[in-house]
Structures are given as structure tokens and as C-alpha cells.
Ligand binder design. Structure first.
Ligand code: HMG
Ligand code: MG
Length: 302
């Protein structure tokens, strides 16, 4: 066990969470959500994506949301950019980090970004170069690192290949994503071991969707490897429009409850985080998809 004493969470709720909502969420609500997350102590927030509005209409207000932020010093604001068109639009909104997103599965790459893995790397190359030239950080998301909705199980060698290609084009750190939440601890550890052939422990993060209820177990499995960066989504928002049936990311509230219970520091105030989750869940007309949040909200009433 080399469990870290401190963990950094990136809340991806405003992006991964909201991208899947059918009803357009007003930009003002998205901005308020980001403000509440930073007040709760989130030091990294994935705000939006600069993708085609025909593909993901919910993210069409990307520039408006970025412009409306009252930025807090010490907070890193990231956005997704699949190509140069997205990057050029994103750069004007001054993100601290951009995210290129590829996949360990060919079929998912085609469905999600309309190109093969090899083509995606060629699209990312100038984006990564331009971002680094502009002093903007670069993260790479690798989808379907354990399973794919179209291809089934994914071998760790596929993850290693994409990690290597991302490393070669200058991506600084990578997210090991279980897009459809089918992973179990040993499979997830194998995916990390594959990525760790090309990135060090400080440069990999876990991104677990909770479709099968395995995300916290997978988080613990990654912690045991020493991984200390994770993505999660306030109130368990979300899903991917190109992975039907997949639910949201693991709820940030649940991950914080787990970590604090293990004596691991996050810098996050769980009460304020629960308020942020309640705010967005009320705006969407539902209860938070977080066991810890609902338990603690019930306790507040008592
Ligand atoms: P394409 O159709 O192959 O692109 O889509 P194209 O270059 O041929 O352009 C076609 C049209 O799209 C043109 O417009 C372009 O201007 C426009 P038209 O001339 O037809 O009016 N276009 C854009 N507009 C705005 N911003 C852009 C942009 N690029 C082209 N950046 C593309 C390729 C990648 C754009 C498309 O497939 C796309 O937008 N995909 C979005 C996929 C997406 O957002 N998926 C969800 C995020 S990934 C995720 O959730 C997984 C993750 O959480 C990790 C995990 O859990 O696995 C990260
Ligand atoms: Mg995701």
C-alpha cells in the first residue's frame, strides 16, 4: 500500500456532468455551479468543452460560461478541445489547461470524435503544440480504458499504446477513464500499470463513471497504486452522449467522504460541496446522485 496522504480532485460536473442534459441549462446556472465548487475548495474545475454544437448542443454556450466566471486565484479552469477549431475558440477564453480526448477503442473514437485513433493523434498534435506555445497546460483523456460500449473488453496494451502516442505529442498528463463504468479494481489497476509505462504517478488521474456501482472500489484500487489525482462530478451528474446507458461520474461528495474517512486531505469542505450539489440538482429538478450527499442532507433535517 502506498496510499497518498493528499488527493487532488478535478470536478468535471459542469462539463462531463451537464453535457448529457437534454434541457438546455442556462449559462448563469453553469457559472453559479463553478462558483460554488470553487467556494467549496475545488482547485481544478473542468468548465466546458469547445466541441461542435451540432454534436453536443449543451456546450454551445462555452465562451459565455468562461467569460462569466469570477476566477479565484489558485484555481485551474480546464476545457475540452478536440481540434484546432476548438482550441482557437477556447484560447480566447483563457483556460489554464486544455484537454484533448482520445480513446483506447477504435469504435468509440469513431463514434465520439468521428475519426480513428491514429487520426485523432494527428489532430491533437497541432493543438498540443499550440497550447504549449501559449503556456496553456495540456491534459489528455483516454476513454474506454477497460471497456467499450461497442468493442467490449479493452486490453491494457491498447491503453499503453494511446498513452505512448499522447506522450510523444507532448500531452503532459493523462486521465484513465472508465467511460461506461464497467471496470473492476484489478482491471483498473492493469489499465493504470499500462499508462504508467509512459507517465509518472503524478501525471495520471482516475476518471470513473459509476454505471455498475464500482467507481469507489476503483478509486480505492487506484489509490493503492499511489494515484492521487481523480476526476469526479458533483452530485454524480452526467454521462457521455456517445456511450448510451452510461451514468455519471462518481459523485465528488462520495469520493470526498471516502478520502476524509481515510484521513486523506483534499482541501474540500464537504458541507459546501453538498450545497453545490443540491444547487445543481434543484436546478435540474432531481435529487443528487450521491449516497453521501443524500445521507448528510437527511441528517441535516434531523
Ligand atoms: P466532424 O464532423 O468530423 O468535424 O466532427 P469537421 O471538422 O468535419 O467539421 C464539421 C462541422 O463541425 C463544421 O461545421 C465545423 O465548423 C464544425 P459546418 O461547416 O458543418 O457548419 N466544428 C466545430 N464547431 C465548433 N467547435 C469545434 C468544431 N470542430 C468542427 N471544435 C468533432 C469532429 C470532434 C468536432 C465532433 O465529433 C465533436 O464535436 N464531437 C464531440 C464529442 C464530445 O464532445 N463528446 C463528449 C466529450 S468526451 C467524454 O465525455 C469522455 C470523457 O469524459 C472521458 C470518459 O469518460 O471517457 C472526456
Ligand atoms: Mg467522462
Amino acid at each position: 500500500m502506498k496510499t497518498p496522504s493528499r488527493v487532488k480532485l478535478i470536478d468535471v460536473g459542469p462539463r462531463d456532468g451537464l453535457q448529457n442534459e437534454k434541457q438546455q441549462v442556462p449559462a448563469a446556472v453553469k457559472i453559479e455551479l463553478v462558483h460554488r465548487l470553487q467556494q467549496a475548495g475545488l482547485a481544478e474545475i473542468e468548465v466546458t468543452s469547445f466541441v461542435s454544437p451540432k454534436w453536443v448542443p449543451q456546450m454551445a454556450d462555452n465562451a459565455e460560461v468562461m467569460a462569466g466566471l469570477q476566477r479565484q486565484s489558485g484555481v485551474r479552469y480546464s476545457v475540452l478541445t478536440p481540434n484546432m477549431q476548438g482550441f482557437e475558440a477556447a484560447l480566447k477564453t483563457r483556460p489554464d489547461e486544455i484537454v484533448v480526448f482520445g480513446a483506447a477503442s477504435e469504435a468509440f473514437s469513431q463514434k465520439n470524435i468521428n475519426c480513428s485513433i491514429a487520426e485523432s493523434i494527428e489532430r491533437f498534435r497541432p493543438v498540443v503544440q499550440a497550447a504549449r506555445d501559449a503556456g496553456v497546460g495540456v491534459r489528455g483523456a483516454i476513454s474506454c480504458t477497460v471497456g467499450c460500449p461497442y468493442e467490449g473488453e479493452i486490453a491494457p496494451e491498447r491503453v499503453e499504446l494511446v498513452a505512448r502516442l499522447m506522450r510523444e505529442i507532448g500531452v503532459q498528463r493523462v486521465d484513465i477513464a472508465d467511460t461506461i463504468g464497467v471496470g473492476t479494481p484489478l482491471k483498473v489497476q492493469r489499465a493504470f500499470d499500462a499508462a504508467l509505462k509512459h507517465y509518472d504517478l503524478d501525471s495520471v488521474s482516475g476518471h470513473f463513471h459509476d454505471t455498475y456501482g464500482m467507481a469507489l472500489a476503483n478509486t480505492l484500487a487506484a489509490l493503492e497504486l499511489g494515484v492521487w489525482n481523480f476526476q469526479s462530478s458533483v452530485a454524480g451528474l452526467g454521462g457521455c452522449p456517445y456511450a448510451k446507458g452510461a451514468t455519471g461520474n462518481v459523485a465528488t461528495e462520495d469520493v470526498v467522504y471516502l478520502l476524509h474517512g481515510m484521513g486523506i486531505e483534499t482541501g474540500i469542505d464537504l458541507d459546501l460541496l453538498i450545497d453545490a450539489g443540491k444547487f445543481i440538482s434543484d436546478a435540474l429538478g432531481r435529487k443528487p446522485h450521491s449516497r453521501a450527499a443524500n445521507a448528510l442532507l437527511t441528517k441535516r433535517l434531523g
